[in-house]
Design a protein around this ligand. Structure first.
Ligand code: CTP
Ligand code: MG
Length: 555
């Protein structure tokens, strides 16, 4: 089904479903068209890595003159792309057209001379621009435009959403505001590439790849940077040994288990990052976790980084989430919305604990979309059935096979709006039988819980594991109560109509914006103490009536 024009796509889809032209929304057709031309996650990763290798990160003085800077840097070769951003000072990311330019830049760079301290002589692509004796006093206005690397505050988001004209627009606007920008994404690849240079001191053929929300399409500006140290290129998992005759193999140090190897590699690289990594601070080695990791802050980018190794299942789940996000534009819009809603109410947190994680929340949303009638996205079992021989993947005994060719996936013609779906999502989980059932995106159907845990979400690939094992009953109750409240709020005509909206004046929160305001239900207020604007009397009285109704139901 290699398609070019829009008409041909409709025709092709009509062969599958002759009534499609009547049922399918234009947006859905457009999205499916896009899907046929969409890049695989591998292609995105490869492109990002390649760009990053040709890039450098330069700390600049706040009054750096953009023109002079570019003139100076371009002496080393053609610049393909550059941008400035602020994070504890001004930084520039410069991508050269060729890698040789980086070598040329290195040749002209000096080792800093410090009088009271000493430096580790490790040269990296993180540099500082010096401007000795040429203070640009004439140029107070330096002119560079900084690309934002952090999301707008929630209050600003609420105001912005209140100006939209429909809940559907609010939802897409939320996604547009929160999603990673192209520049932020480049910066993530660059930080991985800088880290790779450190790890390459031990393993020259290694790569470091971003995974999780940095690349799965659900990342919000400011999210952590999950990195995967990939040594598969070295260990030659796929190298074939000759069946007879002489051959050589490497002598290698042996350890008790793969886990022990991962721990020792991460321990040494973590130490190296700590001792020699420019800009890497607060390094913590968390080697006894189920998935051993090194956590640190990369100050020049402002990213909180988690470096893992031998974590190929997580790479697969990243690929799966990416695929689901590419299949239908409603998936990403709703994931961003539900993640934002959850964060606003303290259902998720940046601190590890008994809270629901963004990953769990995403799986819950995918499950809900599989349960629509007709389903918006297929089950994982269906994606596995569509897989070709090249897609076969078994990692540590877990079947991680699923189709990689997007064009093999036929979607059904569900045309529900974002507003309907958001409301139904809250309704679905407000009444879900959490006490008995497990959420399972492999089957696309709830299953009996295999073990006692307040919330059970089967890990899509390591099927004996519960993704939300950490969640306690209190946190699940808060989630359910907030789903009830939000579902109810969305069904009120007063919440659903744009309000205020006159030009120049601040609009009153309505629709999705209302859902992001602090909850009024006793006992489920956010854990975080924050400055709250007084909720309108109208919302208070609506919530009073909600409490009364639920008390009546109980009695
Ligand atoms: N992951 C997994 N199983 C888990 C937890 C995480 O497979 N129990 C994988 C998922 O692919 C996830 C990635 O590890 O996307 C990174 O985990 P995490 O940082 O917790 O989630 P993110 O999706 O990156 O979301 P966030 O923006 O909160 O970091
Ligand atoms: Mg993450």
């Amino acid at each position: 089904c290699r398609l070019k024009g829009r008409g041909s796509l409709v025709k092709c889809l009509q062969k599958v479903d002759p009534f499609l032209h009547r049922n399918i929304g234009t947006d859905v057709v457009a999205a499916q068209e896009e899907r046929h031309g969409c890049k695989s996650l591998y292609a995105v990763q490869a492109e990002g890595q390649e760009q990053a290798e040709r890039s450098v990160l330069i700390s600049c003085h706040s009054r750096t003159n953009e023109k002079k800077f570019l003139k100076y840097i371009s002496r080393h070769g053609d610049i393909k792309k550059y941008f400035f951003y602020e994070s504890y000072g001004l930084y520039a990311v410069v991508e050269f057209a060729n890698r040789e330019s980086v070598a040329s830049l290195f040749e002209g760079a000096a080792i800093p001379s410090v009088s009271h301290e000493s430096t580790v002589p490790f040269k990296s692509r993180l540099l500082s621009l010096r401007n000795i004796g040429l203070a640009d006093s004439t140029n107070q206005q330096s002119g560079q435009q900084c690309q934002p690397q952090t999301p707008i505050p929630i209050n600003e988001l609420i105001q912005r959403l209140s100006k939209e004209e429909s809940i559907d627009q609010q939802i897409t606007s939320l996604r547009d505001v929160y999603q990673l920008t192209e520049e932020n994404s480049r910066l993530r690849f660059l930080v991985c590439s800088l880290l790779k240079d450190i790890a390459a001191a031990y393993f020259p053929e290694c790569t470091i790849k971003p995974f999780g929300s940095s690349v799965n399409g659900f990342g919000k500006l400011g999210c952590d940077l999950d990195m995967f140290l990939d040594l598969d290129g070295i260990s030659g998992r796929n190298a074939t040994m000759p069946k007879s005759g002489l051959s050589l193999e490497y002598q290698m140090k042996r350890a008790n288990s793969e886990r022990a190897v991962t721990q020792s590699i991460l321990s040494v690289i973590g130490e190296c990052v700590d001792q020699f990594g420019p800009g890497c601070v607060g390094v913590q080695k968390i080697l006894n976790a189920r998935c051993p990791l090194v956590r640190f802050a990369h100050q020049p980018s402002g990213f909180q980084c988690d470096l893992t190794a031998n974590n190929r299942v997580a790479m697969k789940s990243t690929e799966l989430l990416y695929l689901y996000g590419e299949l239908d534009p409603r998936v990403r819009c709703l994931v961003f919305t539900v993640r934002c809603w959850a964060r606003a109410h303290g259902i998720t947190s940046s601190i590890p604990g008994a809270w629901i994680t963004n990953f769990s929340l995403t799986v819950m949303l995918l499950f809900f979309l599989q349960r629509r009638s007709p389903p918006i996205i297929p089950t994982l079992d269906h994606l596995r059935d569509l897989a070709g021989p090249a897609d076969k993947s078994v990692i540590e005994g877990n079947d991680c096979t699923f189709v990689s060719d997007f064009s093999k996936i036929q979607l059904q013609s569900n045309t529900e709006t974002l507003e309907q779906l958001l409301c139904e999502f809250f309704e679905f989980y407000a009444t879900f039988a959490f006490s008995r059932m497990s959420i399972n995106i492999r089957k696309g159907k709830e299953q009996n819980k295999p073990e006692v845990a307040p919330l059970h979400i089967q890990n899509p690939f390591e099927t004996s594991l519960n993704v939300s094992k950490n969640v306690n009953a209190t946190q699940l109750d808060r989630f359910v109560a907030l789903c009830q409240e939000s579902s109810w709020l969305l069904q009120q005509s007063e919440t659903n109509a744009p309000r205020g909206g006159s030009k120049g004046k601040a609009s009153k929160p309505w629709g999705l914006a209302t859902l992001l305001l602090p909850s009024q239900i006793a006992g489920i207020k956010s854990r975080k103490k924050r400055r709250r604007e007084p909720a309108s009397e109208r919302i208070k009285s609506l919530l009073e009536s909600l409490k009364n109704t639920s008390q009546q139901k109980k009695s």
